[in-house]
Ligand binder design. Structure first.
Ligand SMILES: [Zn+2]
Ligand SMILES: [Zn+2]
Ligand SMILES: [Zn+2]
Length: 424
């Protein structure tokens, strides 16, 4: 793709197409040549990797694509090599090709010739992998001449310059080819979808003018968990596979706030469901919620202790019309268990005495002392701790990800960032 126009003017485009077409017929390898006047501030290397993976240059499974990218305003040429060709063209050879054939010509303003020679030697490396490095770099004499104008001339022809839209991020990319993305991420989209569905149901309940304790409880026990698990599953895995596909954090940066927002919405729904005014079970009037001091009048001593140690929290809804009250029980932030004597949730561990420490050969012994903050019931329980497991060595797993099926005219290759770049 000649975004600047010199390849077309000099006739080098036809030559490159012939070379590249011939290579693809013979070996299946794909080479893309791209010239651009500018890509803004982005680093040419990052742009090359993203473009490579977005276009999926190379055949899927073989990963045999190569991208040659010229960025005029940054005076930079990048050669991006797919995994499958990194054996034939390791980074060091790509660098040598740039230094031997491309950069010297670019410095003299012979851009077309530089790219033709560069592509020529890339092809030579692919077709004759057994030649020594020095011989790979020796090219047969070129008959044709490619005459370029000055770069200033091309850049001034602004109506001819073609720009590539920035490689789209995850949402644009997946929305622009929904079918492809549906196949690729079906499980995760279902997960995100169910998360959104439950958030939607929760939001409807949350904006109703009248609340019910039952709404809160059902969302707490069902909806909240589905939203949490589905969001973490979907966002986690999409980020993970996006990262392996694009090798950039850009996609993740786009999806993480989305996941964060879903979880925030979850919290908002629960808060609304707890705070929305209740209607009186006796007369149907709108009730008011008593504050933490007032509600103590409607709690017994054990419940007041539970609120005090924050193991539970009670809301008292009061009807001004008929003086009816309704009590709702919420879990608090500090743990306690049910007292064996008074059964309030006020029984907590206060201390632990170690009798013997667990080692690798035998378990340990401890005495756990607990008491009840309400009825002062005390207990000491002897517990045995399991023996320590010896340090074990664990093997390291490895996983591989590959990019999705083909789109556009390119195969399905991906680049792991192999290649080289040079400035001129
Ligand atoms: Zn009432
Ligand atoms: Zn309370
Ligand atoms: Zn007790």
């Amino acid at each position: 793709m000649d975004g600047i126009g010199y390849l077309i003017d000099s006739g080098a485009e036809a030559r490159l197409n012939a070379l590249i077409g011939n290579l693809e017929q013979e070996t299946g390898a794909e080479i893309a040549v791209v010239t651009l006047s500018s890509i803004g501030e982005e680093s040419p290397k990052d742009f090359a990797v993203r473009l490579f993976n977005y276009w999926q240059i190379g055949k899927k499974g073989k990963e045999n694509g190569i991208l040659v990218l010229h960025i005029a305003d940054q005076r930079r040429v990048e050669i991006e090599i797919g995994y499958g060709n990194e054996g034939a063209i390791p980074d060091i050879i790509a660098k040598r090709i740039l230094e031997t054939h491309v950069i010297p010509n670019f410095k003299e303003g012979r851009f077309s010739l530089g790219l033709v020679l560069g592509v020529h030697s890339l092809i030579r490396c692919l077709k004759m992998p057994n030649l020594s490095l020095e011989k790979k770099l020796i090219l047969p004499k070129m008959e044709e001449q490619f005459n370029d104008n000055s770069m200033e001339y091309y850049l001034s022809q602004s109506d001819r310059l073609v720009t590539l839209k920035p490689v789209p991020g995850i949402f644009e990319r997946h929305l622009s080819s929904p079918f492809q993305s549906a196949k690729e991420y079906a499980t995760y989209w279902y997960a995100l979808g169910s998360s959104l569905l439950f958030l939607f149901i929760g939001s409807i309940l949350a904006v109703l003018p009248i609340g019910k304790f039952a709404f809160y409880q059902s969302y707490l026990h069902i909806g909240r968990w589905i939203v949490w698990l589905a969001t973490i599953f979907a966002v986690g895995f999409i980020s993970y596979s996006e990262y392996y596909e694009s090798e950039s954090f850009w996609s993740i940066l786009q999806i993480l706030p989305f996941g964060f927002l879903l979880l925030k919405a979850n919290g908002w729904i629960l808060k609304r469901l707890r705070e929305n005014p209740r209607s009186c079970g006796r007369c149907g009037n709108r009730m008011i919620k008593l504050n933490e001091k007032e509600d103590n009048a409607y709690l017994d001593a054990g419940e007041i202790t539970e609120e005090k140690i924050k193991s539970l929290d009670y809301d008292i809804w009061y009807c001004k019309n008929c003086q009816h009250t309704q009590k709702e029980k919420y879990s608090g932030e500090s743990p306690a268990s049910g007292c064996p004597r008074c059964s309030y949730k006020t029984f907590r561990e206060v201390s632990r005495t170690v009798i013997s420490v667990a080692t690798e050969s035998h378990g340990g012994e401890e005495i756990v002392n607990s008491n009840c903050a309400h009825c002062k019931h005390q207990s000491s329980v002897r517990i045995y701790t399991t023996k320590l497991s010896p340090p074990s060595s664990s093997g390291s797993g490895s996983s591989s990800w590959s990019s999705s099926g083909s789109s556009g005219s390119w195969g399905g290759g991906s680049s792991g960032g192999g290649g080289a770049g040079s400035s001129y």
